[in-house]
Design a protein around this ligand. Structure first.
Ligand SMILES: CSC[C@H]1O[C@H](OP(=O)(O)O)[C@H](O)[C@@H]1O
Ligand SMILES: Nc1ncnc2[nH]cnc12
Length: 291
């Protein structure tokens, strides 16, 4: 059964129109989630909304507890995550207001816990194709239907922040062929993969970062202006995608997201830390039961 998790980014702090809507705290052995989660039903589909920065935007990209958020979503049975993120554009043809269904990442973050695994229990999942193709197509189809300007596929540069990039950095990322830049999708996407949850990001362009000769360098006030319009469109997208996911979702995921751990565990069962394994009861429960 599909349960849709929605990771709301900057400007998206709740989702209206959920039936039986209820905010509820979910406990995780990885610590405190960003906020309570909003549970509800959208067009017959179970939906769980997470305000990534917390209501009121309290958590910086570095201080978000990504592990707790993803672990808690796994614990409550979320199968698919739609991430909604504000981003800067690194391309002339992706102006503010444009959406990108991200399919690749370059991870330049360095001050975050990036794995559920580690000392005492090691695993290596594939990140060759870090997003779920099936979910990506569903979201893209809905956006096209709604007439939103959207590009299918694009590389998101994840930076640590919270300061925006220098001009040299912005130019460097452009020379690497990156399309958009943001601060939150890593390690979120990596952790979703470890938790065997399908993940896709709709990156919503708010600015041209600082590389564009005809535009001022990015400032929060400019972002917020564009954000409000983007956020409304993002909410429309969610209402369109929900019935689609309810209808046509045979498992397993054709992309293999829900089996990512199958060949990933490397620590021998006898050598595994019982303490670490205990914390992995949700994330790796499926494979631990089998081994
Ligand atoms: C308020 S602009 C910078 C902020 O916005 C993006 O967050 P999110 O992906 O949660 O929408 C960006 O990554 C920064 O965290
Ligand atoms: N230019 C930018 N750099 C990083 N994160 C962003 N979020 C929105 N715009 C951004």
């Amino acid at each position: 059964m599909t349960v849709l998790g929605i990771m709301g980014g900057s400007g998206v702090y709740d989702i209206a129109g959920l039936k039986d809507a209820k905010w509820q705290r979910i406990a995780s052995p990885f610590g405190e989630t960003s906020d309570e989660f909003l549970f509800g039903v959208l067009d017959g589909l179970d939906v769980v909304f997470v305000p990534r920065h917390g209501r009121g935007h309290r958590h910086s990209p570095t201080s978000i507890n990504y592990r707790a958020n993803i672990d808690a979503l796994k614990r409550i049975g979320v199968t698919d995550i739609l991430s909604l993120s504000a981003c800067g554009s690194l391309r002339e043809d992706l102006p503010p207001g444009y959406f990108v269904v991200v399919d690749q990442f370059i991870d330049r973050t360095f001050a975050r816990d990036k794995s559920f695994f580690g000392e005492g229990f090691v695993a290596h999942v594939s990140m060759a194709h870090p997003t779920c193709n099936r979910l990506a197509h569903a979201v893209h189809d809905c956006a096209r239907q709604a007439g939103f300007p959207i590009k299918f596929g694009g590389t998101y540069l994840a930076m640590e922040g919270p300061q925006f990039s220098s001009l040299a950095e912005s130019r460097l990322y452009r020379s690497w062929g990156c399309d958009v830049i943001g601060m939150t999708n890593m390690p979120e996407a990596k952790l979703a993969r470890e938790a065997e949850i399908c993940y896709v990001t709709v990156a919503m362009v708010t600015d041209f970062d600082c590389w564009h000769p005809d535009h001022d360098h990015v400032q929060v006030a400019d972002i917020v202006r564009v954000l409000l319009d983007n956020a409304e469109k993002a909410k429309t997208l969610v209402t369109m995608v929900a019935p689609l996911l309810k209808e046509s979702r045979p498992t397993p995921c054709p992309h293999g997201c829900d089996r990512a751990l199958e060949h990933a565990l490397i620590t021998a069962p006898a050598a595994r830390s019982a303490e670490v394994a205990k914390k992995l009861d949700a994330v790796a429960g499926r494979v631990l039961k089998a081994s």
